[in-house]
Design a protein around this ligand. Sequence first.
Ligand code: 2P0
Length: 349
Amino acid sequence: ENTMEKHNIVTCTAPVNIAVIKYWGKRNEELILPINSSLSVTLHQDQLKTTTTVATSRSFQEDQIWLNGKEEDITHPRLQSCLREIRRLARKRRNDGDSPLDPSILSQKVHICSVNNFPTAAGLASSAAGFACLVYTLARVFGIEGELSGIARQGSGSACRSMYGGFVQWIMGQKDDGKDSLAQQVEPETHWPDLRILVLVASAEKKSVGSTSGMQTSVQTSCLLMHRAESVVPGRMEEMIEAVRGKNFAAFADLTMKDSNQFHATCLDTYPPIFYLNSVSQQVINLVHRFNRHYGETRLAYTFDAGPNAVIYTLQQHVPEFVQAVQHFFPPERNGGQFIQGLPVNQAA
Ligand code: 2P0
């Protein structure tokens, strides 16, 4: 299909990822270089995802982008970083003489359409799936292969982890130019077929403090954050990788909960403090610990990002009991707006 008329429209999808060792804080704002490594699980392709279509044409007058049907500002610096880096790689490939594409595509403008199949405002990692999908789709249009997580990272830090399926680490790297700050697959999506993710939506409202500005304030004001980045996360990354490799759910779950709690503790240690959890989040935390205590083993883990919605990790065989417990403690009559979604992850093909 590498003829010039056919090859200039591509549609791809990218799923959301949910971190179990959290990214919070940058050492370089422009390149999006983090102060600690992180680790996440990428959801299945047909769950929470972004779908992006990119077209190029000689008749397009300028680059343009539409998000969920509404035109957005293409001059946004992070969008520009991604477009610039992709075009730079495409030009390099053409100059090296190994591009299969019509070279005139490099002088054409792009039109980008991106839609999420989940509420963008609910704070469910929309920028991660969004920028991962944008970069991957642009790369296909411009005939680029290979390592792309370094470009997705420049759109949104967490986006670099959605470039791979399964269990993914974002290695913080040491270099000032960011060339070694990349995502890497730890285990593929087939590794742990029984693992499940459930999303409990406590509020679909837009979050109070955005991640980008929240982590800036944390870096400037929280000494707990620096302690975490330097003295806690490096050891946790090793333990988490070992728990994932050995499919040790109790170890995986305990680390996940502790890391979520420490992330929210650094938010509280930020000055002025940032509150992402609400009273429903706290009730979910208590429910999970009571549930685990009742069964005498760790069967559930909660984790919370920059908002009050709980993400629960569990194994397939425990989903029915957990859903029952949620329905018992959060009856629909009492909590009108809430709903619960069960999401299989890492489904074996
Ligand atoms: C994470 N979060 O590891 C952490 C946990 C939120 C809490 O990555 O400024 O949207 O675009 O790099 O990636 C959210 O941060 O921030 C995030 P930018 P991003 O998933």
